[in-house]
Design a protein around this ligand. Sequence first.
Ligand SMILES: Cc1cc2nc3c(=O)[nH]c(=O)nc-3n(C[C@H](O)[C@H](O)[C@H](O)COP(=O)(O)OP(=O)(O)OC[C@H]3O[C@@H](n4cnc5c(N)ncnc54)[C@H](O)[C@@H]3O)c2cc1C
Length: 630
Amino acid sequence: MANPTGKPVSAAEARRVAEEARETEWKAPSFLKQIFLGNFRLDLVHPFPEPPPERPEFRDFMARLDRFLMDRVDSDAIDRDGKIPPAVIEGLAELGAFGMKIPKEYGGLGFTQREYGEAMKLITSRDANLIVLLSAHQSIGVPQPLKLFGTKEQKNKYLPRLARGEISAFALTEPNVGSDPANLATTVRRTPEGDYILDGEKLWCTNGTVASLFVVMARHPDTKKISAFIVEKAWPGVEIGERCHFMGLKAIENGIIRFRNVRVPKENLLWGEGKGLKLALITLNTGRLTLPASCAVLGKRCLEICRTWANERVQWGEPIGRHDAIAQLLAEMVATTFAMDAVTDLASSMADMGDRDIRLEAAVAKMWSSEEGWKIIDRTMQIRGGRGYETADSLRARGEAPIPVERMMRDFRINLIFEGSSEIMRLFIAREAVDRHLGIAGAFADPKAALGKRLAALPRMAAHYAWWYPSRWLGWGRWPRFAEFGPLSGHVRYVDRTTRRLARAIFHLMLLHGPKLERRQALLFRTVDVGADLFAMAAALSRADQLRLAGAAEAAQAAELADIFCRTTRRRIAAHFRAMRGNDDVAKYRTAMRLLDGEHLWLERGMTPMAMAAELASEAMPAAPAAARG
Ligand SMILES: Cc1cc2nc3c(=O)[nH]c(=O)nc-3n(C[C@H](O)[C@H](O)[C@H](O)COP(=O)(O)OP(=O)(O)OC[C@H]3O[C@@H](n4cnc5c(N)ncnc54)[C@H](O)[C@@H]3O)c2cc1C
């Protein structure tokens, strides 16, 4: 369905909508926010927050879940059939898995974020489709925004149903709305009685074809504001359209949902009119923490696969893991997996503490873990060689272990796209990284602002930067600071020093490029990547130190992994700083524009034609049989 205006909104309008939905206040401290300002707040990540001792109730649940996954879930069959068997969904519902995050008073299990993360890790270790089913339901589906923003009546009405196993879905995306909600075309109009009439079409709604409840984002045509509603599938006018199919996650129930003149009672508005986008963003703050948990488990599974195979497979007279090229990959994989686990647990624990603002930590955890996880699965494919590319069924048929690297890779790739693509996460993080500077110097740097307004900003700027800038050069980041970290103290000092260096670099870029910096994404994204790496280093160092303090048996190994991770990451950070000073960004941008303008069409000669336009594609494809829809 097209945007009712017929064309996408302007860049300025897209920015305005995003700004309006932004949470502008920072009521609680954030480690990453401070990193971008040049303050290394070790106290916010150290000591590493350990969960309280495991509750017997939680331990029982995990044991039952483990047995269930082992006995009843056949991942190869799920992938092959493109369907999660109803018995598996029923079994999960009986276990209470649809209500893990729902408070006990509403019939849920009342898990903390960290406990929920542990359960989701266990499920991921068995099957990625199940994690997407459960995550779309309760990380971003109806339970999460309802818990955060619902009224008592709404909670009483829906949470018990959801805890019992009614499936829910989150419906924001539309054909013209992927990363940019400003194009939202689903409309909602008020009736004289105060209810709402919903019209529109949602795309790629995970669980959409099996859910009975949806949280739907729609726009008021008069005010242009976006609101969120709980919508029931059973209501007249809700139509479940085509099921969509993807490269991986073959069994997710993802589809098109149409709303035609659907009457939504006023009681089903969530939070308030015009607060829908903000609700979606806040829901995603903790909602997107499930994804890094899955990435950490993928890393662990890849380690298991590669450790076994690199020992077992002998080529050129030696196990392949003993050839230097493969050994280098293995070392980075094990060190990064240690860091991913630390990042996930740290961000989840921070969410449970409730006294920290985790929006940047969650975004970094999602972006960083999905990208590092992708490298790990790619390397696992390389280490498994041809067997990595072969399907599990084919391996089994030949009498070999059915190790599903091919499926894991297919299932994993989407993590860099949904729940905020890597680029959108970087934009979001970069916006917050420069926020303080914009607040203080924004008016001065704005060429459209009146001269009076620009000059009025000067005294405030002078007062702030006269102290702030020199102090980003001061501070002792050398020995013996942080000596209590023992052999890892050098890395802690590096994080401290580099935090100030990063803040200076951001400031220098702002001075150099002014408002045009907004358009220099490659430059801005390097600053984001340095911040993300510093967070990952801090998490790994803190986790290693916590194991040392606890006298854990694996403390020495953890210190080794943290050390290797930090050494590798420091080299990457150095490369980012170098590229901030000298790069080919402008030349590459120009080449990309020429490509877009067709100047390099000559290079595309010599291929068979491909249908690039939608009309051609629909001409070529026979209409889907009715049975395949819904
Ligand atoms: C399997 C699957 C499940 C999904 N589940 C759900 C769901 O349950 N509910 C739901 O609402 N949606 C869902 N989605 C939609 C998903 O969230 C979107 O695909 C995602 O937000 C990206 O949107 P898009 O695909 O339209 O890409 P686009 O927004 O068209 O972006 C295309 C590319 O351009 C980049 N890009 C876009 N804007 C910018 C910019 N300003 N600067 C730099 N780069 C930019 C993007 O990062 C991306 O690389 C699902 C999608 C899939 C494939």
